[in-house]
Ligand binder design. Sequence first.
Ligand SMILES: Nc1ncnc2c1ncn2[C@@H]1O[C@H](COP(=O)(O)OP(=O)(O)O)[C@@H](O)[C@H]1O
Ligand SMILES: [Mg+2]
Length: 383
Amino acid sequence: MPGKKILIVDADVASRNFVARKLLEQNFEVIQCGSGKEGLIYAWRDHPDLIIVDPVMADLKGEEIAIKLKQDPRTTNVPLIALSGDQSHLRLKSCLDAGFNEYIIKSGQAVATLNETINRLFGITEEIMKQGGLLIIFLSAKGGTGTSSLCANFAMNISQHQPEMRVAVLDFVLPIGSIAPIVGYQGGQNIVTVTDMSPDDTTPEFFRHELPHMNIWRFNLLAGSPDPESSNQLKVGRIWDIVTAVKASYDYVLIDIGRSLSKITLPLIQHADIVTLVVGTDISTVSLTKTLWDYLKSKGVHSDALYTILNRAVGLEGLSKVDAESMLGITVNKSIPYLGTNFAFANSHHQPFSLKFPKDTASIIFQDTAKEMSALAQKLRSG
Ligand SMILES: Nc1ncnc2c1ncn2[C@@H]1O[C@H](COP(=O)(O)OP(=O)(O)O)[C@@H](O)[C@H]1O
Ligand SMILES: [Mg+2]
């Protein structure tokens, strides 16, 4: 769960580092210290969202720490977990009485129990993820397959087909975003400047009013990183909060992650309503896509949520739909023909393809695809 800070207070360095590593793997921000007194200082100074304390410590007992934290307005509402080597029932009771929310015994099961407990205390349940706008992720195994062009154009078609719906497009491609040049956005706001803002300011209201509207594109845009240097400054821990806030203000949230699959983007893919996989028609791209899809499957992404597009971006040659399907082992939902230089032409004029070439059959394919995608997302959401 990116965007949440956890403080670990434990005198046992090995145990502390072990827990810290497990939490870092889940994109939590972790701070740690080895004594009770430091624990109190860190808790009041660094505003953690959750505190894990080993109650067996030399300077202050866990129970004393819990009482102090619960009495102080800065930490009275912060969830407290005791992670303890003491298996006695007496200790468990005295810790819970002192204000710990949970008591977990250090054992082989501890990490699993800890994860489950943290998620529960943070209220991160499937229920929560199912709230807010429909999340549609666009990704590919290779650059140049048409992911950004299709993301922008489908967003436009979804919005045109359902004018009452609010549609946002977020560009998370690192190190340089590419939606802004397609839609002709030149403003200074982007994913890097927004993640730099205080969490108190990046509210659903902020995104509702401050994401620029791209007029003929009919969606609001959070532009991508303008250059690699800015992308190095990106506060990745904020991404999760930002997506949640945007989801709270829009009916559809389309995110272009291009080929930037990473620790940061994986949780988004895992919680997406639809994962749109854009595949090129050459053998090497299809085979890379197979590797990508096998990985996503191993991470719990379900093929029900998968929407596969075979896009003939580079020319007439290449694999057929049937060939691609048999190589990938999945159904291709839509094939997009080679559009010659028209697509690049529409992009360079910052115009949606279907406005520039309304009579082209591809415009009809785009409309159909947008309808199909939104229907699928709604159907999956309603269970
Ligand atoms: N079906 C297509 N026919 C012709 N050109 C295409 C097609 N799909 C994409 N393109 C062109 O390919 C180029 C790369 O597309 P882009 O969306 O930037 O890919 P990606 O985001 O995957 O790197 C663009 O110039 C785009 O116009
Ligand atoms: Mg791109």
